[in-house]
Design a protein around this ligand. Structure first.
Ligand code: COA
Length: 261
């Protein structure tokens, strides 16, 4: 297992909690933190004792308050491309994770922090959470996939409103527009995210991974290509032990015991 300094990885009952750990900088993502996030996601993908991931920020104030502005301030155009590509690569690995990833948004999710939450499959927010894409205030645009993911999640009109005004919205508004799946008091946030993940992990793990793949890649394709992907993966699942078990358990009126095979 790798050693991390800017993220923390804990595993309990098949649920990994991955926390961004720079609370004195409101968990701002500097290069090292993004690299460590990428390493941790790769580690989680290879660990048989992990079924799903909860991504959060250390402390009560911030999920992630954005990319590290002190680092960004020094970049030139060539570094800019590299900075953006590194974040895009890591966030894409989260989005395409076969293991479900829930963002537990415990405070500010701004800029790259909002984009990180968008790359997760589901978002549970505390009542104190604030979302926003304030990049244009700094003379830049979201560069970790936010310009593509936000319109896909909340629609182009609302996405452009957030991107062009640079305004923050609170958790209730995020819930209203479909950016947050659920809002709970801060004290209950991690329990709520864990309860949601426990419910998800009762289901067939291969099916979970392929549902994520169809929903994610399917939205990036033509309808015909997406439907072909869906039917092929549907057919693939018919060859799994898990499908036999899931259907037999239903017919035998018992709980399915999935093996992920
Ligand atoms: N990058 C680098 N450092 C950041 C940061 C970021 N994105 N966000 C916060 N910090 C640092 C602050 O510089 C400060 O560090 P210091 O104590 O060494 O001066 C520390 O975190 C605490 O932040 P502070 O601004 O004092 O807290 P606040 O409660 O007054 O304000 C915010 C909170 C979130 C409103 C404010 O920090 C902010 O606007 N952050 C930047 C948000 C942003 O534009 N993100 C997009 C970046 S692309």
């Amino acid at each position: 297992m790798a050693e991390y300094s800017n993220v923390k990885l804990e595993v309990q009952d098949r649920i990994a909690t991955l926390s961004v750990n720079r609370p004195d900088k409101l968990n701002a993502l500097n290069e090292q933190t993004i690299r460590e996030l990428g390493q941790a996601v790769e580690e989680i993908a290879g660990r048989d004792d992990v079924g799903g991931v909860i991504l959060t920020g250390v402390g009560e104030k911030a999920f992630v308050a954005g990319a590290d502005i002190a680092e960004l301030a020094k970049m030139g155009p060539v570094d800019g491309i590299e900075v953006s590509r590194l974040g895009q690569r890591v966030f894409r690995s989260i989005e395409l994770s076969r293991k479900p990833v829930i963002a537990a948004v415990n405070g500010f999710a701004l800029g790259g922090g909002c984009e990180l939450a968008l790359a997760c499959h589901l978002r549970v927010a505390s009542e104190s959470a604030k979302f926003g894409l304030p990049e244009v205030k700094l003379g830049i645009i979201p560069g970790y996939g936010g310009t593509l993911r936000l319109p896909r999640i909340v629609g182009k009109g609302r996405a452009l409103e957030l991107m062009l005004t640079a305004d923050m919205i609170d958790a209730q508004e995020a819930y209203r527009i479909g950016l947050a799946n659920k809002v709970v008091p801060l004290a209950e946030l991690m329990d709520a995210a864990r309860a949601m993940m426990k419910g998800i992990l009762k289901n067939g793990p291969v099916a979970l991974g392929l549902a994520i793949e169809c929903a994610t890649r399917g939205m990036e394709m033509s309808v015909d290509d997406g439907l072909a992907l869906e039917s092929n993966l549907f057919g693939l699942l018919a060859s799994t032990t898990d499908m036999r078990e899931g259907m037999t358990a239903f017919l035998e009126k018992r709980r399915a015991e999935f093996t992920g095979r």
